[in-house]
Design a protein. Structure first.
Length: 80
């Protein structure tokens, strides 16, 4: 299944589990290469590649934000 844009993509349960695994690694401070990680999940590689790349980009942005504003939280950003 070709995925042109993450916004047009609805993952299945198995893909959600793989995404959760990757995001958990990111949250723990690890950042496995997307391509290396997807080698372990070849059946989902094509559809998850753009999603995981977006997760990496968001993680980098969050780290830069936290470095500049250490007290920032998602709650504060969203003014909840």
């Amino acid at each position: 299944m070709a995925v042109e844009c993450c916004a047009d993509y609805t993952p299945g349960d198995a893909e959600l589990e793989v995404m959760d695994e990757y995001v958990t690694l990111l949250c723990r401070g690890s950042e496995p290469e997307v391509e290396v990680f997807l080698q372990g999940h070849p059946e989902h590689a094509e559809s998850l590649r753009p999603v995981l790349e977006a997760a990496v980009a968001l993680n980098h942005a969050w780290r830069r934000l936290k470095a500049k504003y250490p007290d920032v939280t998602v709650r504060k950003l969203l003014k909840l």
